[in-house]
Design a protein around this ligand. Structure first.
Ligand SMILES: Cc1cc2nc3c(=O)[nH]c(=O)nc-3n(C[C@H](O)[C@H](O)[C@H](O)COP(=O)(O)O)c2cc1C
Length: 201
């Protein structure tokens, strides 16, 4: 039995958010294909994820033993470490993703849990996991002149690579805020891709 971690970073509801329409299609397909798997869902806004505080930082370099597993600064990292598959659903905001997702990532990047330092530099401790990033964008950043400005998917890919996760897939629906776009058509296409991936993830 695998554990899938589903991280949602958007203040909108599942019905309002175009990103969540696609990610929910992924999740429904995944559930259908893997009814016995465990699923952990984090709606970062509902959980009111906040930036790390100075007090929380003080515990960052202390030894990690059983007693810190439920500490707010570590529980997300332990959970990430014990999950097999990760789904991140976040719209593009200001060339990246909503800041609340960065706050969450600051929690999962934990020395001694998700990565470690060695004589040869940092080494990821999350090898073998798979990740999917589901994103919608107002413009087009997957190709063309704005591709170099895209920093959300790129950042996630690099950060997850740092943790040892190299199986990283992006499902993007783009151009959704450009006048004349067949928005429902683009979303339907992305939902189809998400369902296929969800059935085979
Ligand atoms: C605060 C904010 C910032 C945004 N920044 C960008 C951006 O930099 N580039 C872009 O293409 N679209 C941008 N958008 C548009 C959204 O990415 C797009 O409308 C997306 O489909 C919204 O997803 P949602 O329906 O899941 O909220 C932004 C939207 C918001 C609300």
């Amino acid at each position: 039995m695998a554990t899938l971690l589903y991280v949602k970073a958007n203040p909108k509801s599942d019905q309002e958010s175009r990103t969540f329409r696609i990610s929910e299609a992924f999740i429904n397909a995944y559930r259908k294909a893997n009814p016995g798997d465990q699923m952990i869902t984090h709606d970062l806004y509902a959980e009111n994820i906040r930036p790390i505080t100075a007090e929380q930082l003080q515990t960052r370099y202390t030894p990690k033993d059983e007693s810190v597993r439920q500490h707010p600064i570590y529980k997300y990292a332990y959970e990430f470490k014990t999950s097999d598959k990760i789904v991140i659903a976040a719209p593009m905001w200001n060339l990246s993703f909503p800041a609340i997702l960065k706050c969450y990532l600051d929690y999962i990047m934990a020395v001694g849990i998700t990565f470690q330092y060695t004589e040869n530099g940092p080494v990821g401790l999350c090898q073998g996991k798979k990740a999917v990033h589901i994103v919608t964008r107002g413009g087009v950043y997957s190709e063309g002149p704005a591709a170099a400005f895209e920093m959300g998917d790129k950042y996630l890919r690099v950060l997850f690579g740092f943790l040892g996760i190299t199986d990283f897939t992006t499902i993007a629906a783009e151009k959704l805020d450009v006048i004349g776009t067949d928005v429902e058509g683009v979303i339907a296409e992305a939902i189809k891709k998400a369902e296929n991936k969800g059935l085979n993830f």
